[in-house]
Structures are given as structure tokens and as C-alpha cells.
Design a protein around this ligand. Structure first.
Ligand code: AMP
Ligand code: MG
Length: 663
């Protein structure tokens, strides 16, 4: 480990220096526009396909042909019978009918597949032939066995009741693949069909473009390899896995180097090795100019032309670092997973595709309406990941809104829209063009928008077993109510208490919506086991004493959450320390308490159990479903409602700590 990263106690001066360095980071980035970044990088890039290599046919799938493939043989290699029957001279069959059958003498030969005929078909004769057999000399048509009658008086003869046109039931040599013709063009990506054609021409190997080898390195002291236990303050290395898989998707061959701590010496050694064995090097993390952010510094010491861009006016993706060493591109992706994969697709995937001999990817776009306002940073071209749902008036694009630190934003998005660098907001109800990601995604049968709950997964699972794909967007109870009223979803799960009556959800029903009971979940106070301020007390007692205790730190919930309404009701105007901390999920509340960043908060009982926390029940909460009436008859909505009533499903919901409603 380098000096500055030691985790032992620091002298004051050293600590202050580190704090200053951390505060200074980013300010040093010389941020350029995305176009300028492409230009500076592009000057030094070789985008020609890599040299060819020969592979056996069984390894050829997904590879790109390096040269045109010219057929060396005909397929079929000879004139071939397409049915079981008799090879005849068409002229002999003219006028044959039920009333006037023609009689042909059978030659003393049966042509099976793989046997070469020896007897010529003379006028008035025919030869028995199997499907796939070689048409004998003299014959120019085949008649189906079903349309003949065998007569066995002295010599074997057949009776024919249909005339045959010349060429009937014959595939001529080369009619499928003519010798000398270009069968497949270079640049074609080989699939099973191409493999079939190559085999039909007798080829067992084919020349393909060598796949660009892409070394993938992750950096960060916090990183833990998937499969290992997570250490405190640790984060699983997801970039390594998603980048390597994306390299494969772009036509490259990843070389997984794994994760490196923020140690300049070890990292430089690894990067040099990576450069030696690969065509492209991709790192992630450590690209800001703070203490501990070493990747760009390491890259800048490796040779010419070196770092070409460090800082791009993109969101996500600002700290991206682009360089070339010799003729090898080396890219440091930002550490945040969504930023990393977004910039990978923008700056790295096109290089891999080009070197792999693949054409640039054609982005499919659709137009959609954006129902909510999206603020945007001025001066940075912003990409907003969205989920697409079919609304009443065309497609609606919902921002996923988990931010660039999330792994799931990119993975669960249907596409993204772009907000110009010069715009500071995209107003609600704007029309936007959405670029589709992974266009194979199937449109969901059912759209569920609102509050999320673990038991909802049970219902969605039951639906999946019945063949219905549901899409759930966790937009909070109030977001669900709005989406249901706008007709953007089929079902909105909600748990909102009416402050006036204390009643759950019923007051949300408006014309066009109905309420279907879901389940009851116990909301209560979460605390660390052993905390005497809570243990053994009732929620009311505990609350009274902690509101008087300035050292008790709470964690609240976001506005719009049903739980937040309950919190505010419980606090009755009090604002204890930590109230401003407002994460968006039960899990975040539980994790903060379990890890000691807060002492108490409100969440549901199953989540308390999941994190090993103590729980003081406050009140059972009703988690119900607003159903958009005009969509109620849809098969997927009906399946959802029937799953809610299904005894087996209800038992599973009970199993995770909820009480299915009976009313
Ligand atoms: P950095 O760019 O190193 O400052 O990292 C920015 C953020 O991305 C931090 O929250 C890191 O923990 C996170 N991060 C960096 N590398 C990875 C990775 N390989 N996998 C997942 N998260 C990462
Ligand atoms: Mg880092």
C-alpha cells in the first residue's frame, strides 16, 4: 500500500493534507465536451479489424468472417431426387391419367442414398429411387411412389396416373450453393445458419477476425471479489463483471485481471502486464484527482501519447479518462457502476466492435412522453435512464432515478434519453426520444407502479409461473396514485393513511380506480438489539424518552412514502435529530440502524428480522392495490387478482410476515 493510503492513525499534518487533497479533487479535471473527447481520442485510434485467425467450425459461432467464403463445391453435388418414387423420362408420362394410365418397365436397379446409379433410364422404363438419391442418366423427372401402382404379371412394371413435367421433384446440382459463388461475405457474424452453409460446402475451419483482447481491471481499496464475504465498508466489484461481459457482447475477449487496491506500485505493474497481453485496457475507479485516485496517474506514466482526455461534460461519466499507449487504447472508467457502463458503451464498445470487424451498433429510438419533471445539470450532456410503459396515449418514459452509483439503473433500464448540455430541466409532459438498450426486452403484460413490498415479489413470482411478465416500478405510494390516475399502470400498490380519519387507502379511490385489499404489515420502531432505550418498552414509552434524548439519532423516510406519513403522525410536529435523513426504503433505514449511523427509525417487521434488529410494533398498515378500472379485464390483471386470492400464494405471503387481508 502506498503511504497515503495507510489506515493507521495519521499525524495531524498528514491528515489535514489528505483532507485538503480530497477537497481539491475534480477541480483539476479539464472537462471537455463529449464530441471533443471523441475527437482527441479518435485521432490516435486504429479502428481497422484485427488480423484473421482460423477456427474450427464448432468455435465459429458469434465470430466475424475475415474473408469472403467462396463455395468450392456444388450443393447439392449432383441432381437429387426430392421424393421416394421412380426416376422417369418426362416424355414417357405425357397424357397419363386415371382413365389412361401409362405403363413403365422397372429397371433392375434401386437407387438408395449414397449409391451411384449404373443403369440408364431408357424410353419406356423407370428406376426406383429414394429421396436424396442421384438421378440416373436418361431420367429427367421423378414421380412419387404414391401416384403409381405396381403391376406384377411377368416383369415388374408400374402404372402411372399423372404426367410428370421435366425437372419434377429434382434438385439440380448447384441449385442450393453453386460452386465458385460467394457464399458468405466478410464481416458477417457467424451463427448456426452460417455454420450449416460452411459445413455443406465441406469446410471444417473458417477464417475469422481475431477478437480484440480487452484487459479488465478494477481499482479501489473497498472492493471485494464476488463470492467472498463482504468486509465492513466493503463493496462488491461489480464493474469487473459487467465490463467483462459487455466486452464479450461487443465482440471482444475479456481478460479478467480482478480488483486492485489503491496502491500505485501494484497497479502500475498490473497495468503494464495488461498492456503486454491485450489490445485494449479498461480500468474502472480511481479517476478523480483526489488522494487515492491513482488510475489516471498510473496511465499518465506509461508512455506516449498517454492521457488524451481526463474529464468529459457528461452525466453520468464526468471523470472518464481516455488514453492511448503506443497503439493501445487505455480507458479509465468512472467507478460508479452506471457511469462506468455508460461510458464503456459510449467510448469503448465502438472500438471493440470495429477491431472485431463488426459494424457500428445502430441505436433504435422511439418517442415517448416523460410525465415528470427532470432537473438537469447545466453544462453537462445528461443521459437519463428510463423505464418504458405503455400509457393511454402512447409510450411513457419514467426516469429510473437511482443515480449513477446504482448498478441496477443501467441493468433495469429499457433505454435512455438525452438532455442537452444547455438545458437545466426537462419539463413534465415533454416529448422525448428514447434510445433503446437491449431491444429484445419483452413488453410487460402488467405494469405495477407504486410502493414496493417484499410480498409483492411473491405475487409477481406466481404471475411469472402462469406466464405473465410483470414490470414493477417502485415510485412510492403517492407516485403510484399519480400513475394510476394518469393511466400509466395497471395496478398501484399503496399504503397511505388518511391523516383526517386514520383510515388506510380508501380515500385514494377516485372515479376510474378501485381498491383491492392486499395484506397487513406491521410497522414499528427498529433498533439495535440490546439498546436499553428501546428494549422491553412499548413504542409509545420508547418514543417519549428518545424524543427527550438529544443523543438518540433517528432516520426518517422520504416525502411521499406511506411510512413517512406514519412517522409524521407519530412525531406530532417533533423534529428529532436525524429527521432530515430521508432514504427511500425500509432496507436503507434498517441498514443505517444496523451499522450504527442511526439509532432508530420506522420500518416493517420482516425487514427488522432480515437485519437482525429489535422491533417495537406501532400499527398494522394496510398495503392494498389501486386497480385502474378500464384495465381490469386484461388477462394479466385478472391473473394478479386471482393470485391475491390463491391460498398457496397467501400462505407464502404469511410466511414472510404479512397478513393477507380477508376483507
Ligand atoms: P472512484 O471512481 O474510485 O472514486 O469510485 C467511485 C465510486 O464507485 C465508489 O463508490 C466506489 O466504491 C465505486 N466503485 C469503484 N469501483 C467499483 C467497482 N469495480 N465495482 C463497484 N463499485 C465500484
Ligand atoms: Mg476508488
Amino acid at each position: 500500500m502506498s503511504e497515503s493510503r495507510k489506515s493507521q492513525p495519521h499525524g495531524d499534518a498528514e491528515l489535514i493534507a489528505r483532507v485538503r487533497a480530497a477537497a481539491r479533487q475534480e477541480q483539476f479535471l479539464e472537462v471537455v465536451s463529449a464530441d471533443e473527447a471523441h475527437r482527441r481520442f479518435g485521432i490516435h485510434l486504429d479502428l481497422t479489424p484485427l488480423p484473421a485467425e482460423s477456427v474450427v467450425l464448432s468455435d465459429a459461432r458469434t465470430r466475424v468472417l475475415a474473408r469472403d467464403v467462396v463455395a468450392a463445391v456444388d450443393a447439392p453435388p449432383f441432381d437429387r431426387a426430392n421424393v421416394d418414387g421412380f426416376a422417369v423420362r418426362a416424355a414417357d408420362t405425357v397424357g397419363a391419367s386415371d382413365g389412361k394410365p401409362r405403363v413403365l418397365v422397372l429397371n433392375a436397379e434401386v437407387i438408395a442414398c449414397g449409391s451411384s446409379p449404373a443403369v440408364t433410364v431408357m424410353p419406356g422404363t423407370c428406376t426406383a429411387i429414394a429421396t436424396g438419391g442421384v438421378i440416373p442418366r436418361g431420367a429427367d423427372a421423378v414421380v412419387m411412389i404414391e401416384q403409381t401402382e405396381l403391376i406384377e404379371e411377368h416383369a415388374a412394371r408400374i402404372e402411372l396416373r399423372r404426367a410428370a413435367a421435366p425437372g419434377q421433384f429434382i434438385s439440380f446440382a448447384g441449385s442450393d450453393i453453386p460452386r465458385g459463388e460467394t457464399l458468405l461475405r466478410r464481416g458477417t457474424q457467424v451463427g448456426s445458419r452460417e455454420i450449416g452453409m460452411l459445413a455443406a460446402c465441406g469446410l471444417d475451419r473458417v477464417d475469422v477476425v481475431r477478437r480484440p483482447r480487452v484487459a479488465v481491471l478494477s481499482t479501489g481499496d473497498e472492493l471485494v471479489e464476488p463470492g467472498q464475504p463482504l468486509k465492513p465498508a466493503g463493496v462488491y466489484d461489480s464493474n469487473g463483471a459487467i465490463v467483462a461481459a459487455s466486452v464479450v457482447e461487443a465482440g471482444g475477449e475479456p481478460i479478467a485481471f480482478g480488483a486492485y487496491p489503491d496502491d500505485a506500485v501494484a497497479l502500475e505493474r498490473a497495468v503494464r502486464e495488461a498492456l503486454a497481453v491485450s489490445d485494449i485496457v479498461v480500468l474502472s475507479g480511481g479517476t478523480s484527482k483526489g488522494a487515492g485516485d491513482l488510475s489516471h496517474r498510473v496511465v499518465s506514466q506509461l508512455g506516449k501519447p498517454g492521457v488524451l482526455v481526463h474529464g468529459v461534460a457528461l452525466k453520468p461519466g464526468k471523470p472518464l479518462c481516455l488514453g492511448v499507449i503506443g497503439n493501445k487504447p487505455i480507458v479509465v472508467l468512472p467507478g460508479f457502476p452506471t457511469s462506468a457502463i455508460f461510458t464503456f458503451h459510449t467510448f469503448v464498445a465502438p472500438i471493440i466492435r470495429a477491431r472485431a470487424g463488426l459494424p457500428p451498433e445502430v441505436a433504435e429510438t422511439i418517442s415517448a412522453r416523460v410525465p415528470v419533471r427532470i432537473p438537469s445539470e447545466l453544462g453537462r450532456e445528461e443521459f437519463v435512464l428510463v423505464s418504458l410503459v405503455g400509457g393511454d396515449e402512447g409510450t411513457v418514459a419514467f426516469p429510473i432515478g437511482k443515480g449513477s452509483g446504482a448498478v441496477t439503473s443501467f441493468s433495469q433500464a429499457d433505454g435512455f434519453l438525452e438532455i442537452d448540455a444547455l438545458a437545466s430541466v426537462l419539463e413534465a409532459d415533454s416529448a422525448a426520444r428514447v434510445t433503446i438498450i437491449g431491444s429484445t426486452a419483452r413488453a410487460p403484460d402488467l405494469v405495477i407502479m407504486g410502493s414496493h413490498d417484499v410480498a409483492l415479489d411473491v405475487i409477481v413470482g406466481t404471475l411469472a409461473d402462469r406466464g405473465f411478465a410483470a414490470r414493477t416500478l417502485a415510485v412510492g405510494s403517492q407516485g403510484g396514485v399519480a400513475a394510476a390516475n394518469r393511466g400509466e399502470c395497471d395496478i398501484a400498490p399503496v399504503h397511505l393513511v388518511d391523516p383526517a380519519t386514520g383510515q388506510y387507502n380508501k380515500y385514494l379511490v377516485t372515479p376510474g380506480l378501485s381498491l383491492v385489499p392486499g395484506w397487513r404489515r406491521m410497522q414499528g420502531i427498529l433498533f439495535r438489539p440490546g439498546d436499553k432505550r428501546f428494549e422491553g418498552r412499548s413504542a409509545q414509552e420508547a418514543l417519549k424518552s428518545i424524543l427527550a434524548d438529544a443523543s438518540a439519532l433517528m432516520i426518517s423516510r422520504n416525502a411521499g412514502a406511506g411510512t413517512r406519513v406514519l412517522i409524521d403522525k407519530l412525531l406530532d410536529g417533533a423534529r428529532p435529530a436525524g429527521y432530515a435523513n430521508q432514504p427511500k426504503s425500509h432496507n436503507a433505514v434498517a441498514a443505517a440502524i444496523a451499522q450504527g449511523r442511526a439509532d432508530w427509525g420506522l420500518a416493517i417487521e420482516p425487514v427488522a428480522k432480515l437485519y437482525g434488529l429489535g422491533f417495537l410494533p406501532v400499527s398494522p398498515e394496510h398495503y392494498d392495490f389501486l386497480v385502474v378500472e378500464k384495465r381490469r379485464e386484461r388477462p394479466a390483471v385478472q391473473a394478479f387478482l386471482s393470485a391475491l386470492r390463491d391460498e398457496e400464494t397467501r400462505a407464502r405471503i404469511r410466511g414472510i410476515g404479512m397478513e393477507p387481508a380477508t376483507d
